[in-house]
Design a protein around this ligand. Structure first.
Ligand SMILES: NC(=O)c1ccc[n+]([C@@H]2O[C@H](COP(=O)([O-])OP(=O)(O)OC[C@H]3O[C@@H](n4cnc5c(N)ncnc54)[C@H](OP(=O)(O)O)[C@@H]3O)[C@@H](O)[C@H]2O)c1
Length: 395
């Protein structure tokens, strides 16, 4: 029986994870559930899944969580605060941790799980974009495993040989020439810059194929999500920037591909439903039912592929730029993007200006070597401040 901590249980990945877990009570048990501020939703999940521990990140809500659980007759430990999240991820209550908090806020708990040797199921791509080498070092030192949940990286994981899986030193040792990440193109594929000038948050969050949290939905619309994924693939599979390509595939059925030096190209396909990647990561190396509908290829034909538009969707080009700059440039990119997306969602920044903010912050803070986590977190703070300054000057 795997004891699973679901960090970010009230989110989209969290919900899908709990759905898969509930289908296999003989294999998996959700022992730790966490949320940020959705105390009512967290309490309801506790009633349904009966964890041993519930953590609410906002300490002001701990008493309310305790009250709700007591009223519902749920007996589980309750804790709050960021330190409690990390402690939960490293605790004996779990052997598997699903890192599904959104943004840099998930870094501490993801690292804590890695250091403690947990089987780390990584959805929180911002953590690996920020701290790639340090996170992989922590996984190696802890002696656990890292299995990507992001559908593209999970697809690559499934198509790669063992000598190319996370933590191995060189993608090419496995005879791999290229990693090809697919992108749906988001809700604005084919739009011109003029058409994107007055996009609203609700329009940006209406993804054609996936139902996701608001931050990743905006990232998908700007193609920053694909940029973060390029950096994630670089770290996970020791792939140089030149060996990673992005291709737009609007149907989101081919989740990514691996090209080998002999010309073979292996792809992983499936309906656009995150439960496939989550179920794979939970059960690996075995397989479990996930409730995902079978793929009907004839009904989906023809499958389409096209090159991404890097001029209209500049965030993808900026992510490649940060990856090539190396050091902490991806962390700076991520921090600036988080602030810009927050401002866009709050109605305080036009859609097209998200890239402007990221570009300005990258120009202001040239790449520095990544030394350790405290230095990286300080850099994250400075980049956020710079982004807020750019925002103030723009308004
Ligand atoms: N959704 C997808 O299909 C998908 C696919 C691939 C990768 N991912 C990645 O998975 C991660 C989660 O995405 P999502 O779409 O599931 O996001 P989401 O629906 O917005 O859920 C985010 C979760 O994180 C919690 N959270 C937010 N801020 C926090 C903080 N400061 N401290 C502690 N917890 C916090 C939220 O709690 P509250 O509910 O209380 O706010 C919620 O449980 C992201 O990194 C995303 O890029 C998502």
């Amino acid at each position: 029986m795997k004891k699973v901590a679901v960090l970010g249980a009230t989110g989209s990945i969290g919900g899908n994870t709990l759905d898969v877990i509930a289908r296999h009570p003989e294999r998996f048990r959700a022992t730790v559930l966490t949320a940020h501020r959705q105390v009512e939703a967290l309490a309801e999940l506790c009633v349904r899944h009966r964890p041993d521990l519930a953590v609410i990140a906002d300490p002001a809500l701990e008493a309310e969580l305790s009250r709700r659980l007591a009223a519902a007759g749920v007996r589980c430990e309750v804790a709050s605060g960021q330190a409690a999240l990390a402690a939960a991820a490293a605790s004996e209550l779990c052997d598997t941790v699903v890192a599904a908090i959104v943004g840099a806020a998930g870094l501490d708990s993801t690292l804590a799980a890695a250091r403690a040797g947990k089987r780390l199921l990584l959805a929180n791509k911002e953590a690996i974009v920020m701290a790639g080498p340090l996170l992989l070092e922590a996984v190696a030192a802890g002696g656990g495993a890292l299995i990507p949940v992001d559908s593209e990286h999970n697809a690559l994981f499934q198509c790669l040989p063992a000598q190319c899986l996370p933590g191995q030193p060189d993608l090419r040792a496995g005879g791999v020439r290229r990693l090809i990440l697919t992108a749906s193109g988001g809700p604005f594929r084919g739009h011109t810059r003029a058409q994107l000038a007055n996009i609203t948050p609700d329009q940006a969050c209406k993804h054609p194929n996936w139902v996701m949290g608001r931050k990743i939905s905006v990232d998908s619309a700007t193609l920053m999500n694909k940029g973060l994924e390029v950096i994630e693939a670089h770290h996970l599979f020791a792939a140089p920037a030149d060996a990673i390509e992005v291709v737009v595939h609007p149907q989101s059925l081919v989740h990514s591909l691996v090209e080998y030096v002999d010309g073979s190209v292996l792809a992983q396909l499936g309906n656009p439903d995150m439960r496939t990647a989550i179920g794979h990561a939970l059960a690996w190396p075995e397989r479990v039912e996930t409730g995902v509908a079978p793929l009907n290829l004839a009904a989906c034909a023809p499958l389409a592929f096209e090159a991404p538009d890097l001029v209209t969707f500049r965030c993808l080009a900026l992510a490649f730029q940060a990856l090539r700059a190396g050091g902490d440039a991806p962390a700076v990119l991520n921090a600036a993007n988080e602030i810009a997306v927050e401002a866009f969602l709050a109605g305080a920044l036009p859609f097209l200006s998200i890239a402007d903010v990221v570009e300005a912050v990258l120009a202001e803070l040239p790449a520095q070597a990544v030394v350790d986590i405290p230095t990286l977190c300080e850099r994250d703070r400075v980049a956020r401040e710079a982004a807020r300054r750019v925002l103030r000057n723009a308004c």
